[in-house]
Design a protein around this ligand. Structure first.
Ligand code: ZN
Ligand code: ZN
Length: 87
């Protein structure tokens, strides 16, 4: 078991939480949270970011990258699947 199993709670950076428990923890922590409102990342519900930092987050969000890489792969695949032009 390595350190990579843990993530930092977006509501309190002193909380180190097992990643598989993060979704449950975040819901509990959000209820007690008193700071500025955080937005939920569209690509991973356990990412909570201040609205003005969301753009910056997406630049480094691994799930955002995964999502768009998949989309690009699908597009490339579709292009390859289309029949060759008969001229
Ligand atoms: Zn927490
Ligand atoms: Zn994210």
């Amino acid at each position: 078991m390595g350190d990579s199993q843990y993530g930092i709670c977006p509501y309190d950076s002193s909380h180190r939480i097992l990643l598989f428990r993060m979704p449950v923890h975040i819901i509990k922590c959000a209820r007690n949270y008193k700071g500025p409102p955080l937005e939920i990342c569209k690509y991973n519900a356990t990412h909570r970011i201040k609205a003005d930092l969301m753009e910056q987050h997406l630049e480094e969000c691994a799930d955002y990258k995964k999502f768009h890489e998949y989309e690009l792969l699908q597009k490339a695949f579709q292009v390859r699947k289309s029949p060759p032009r008969s001229e």
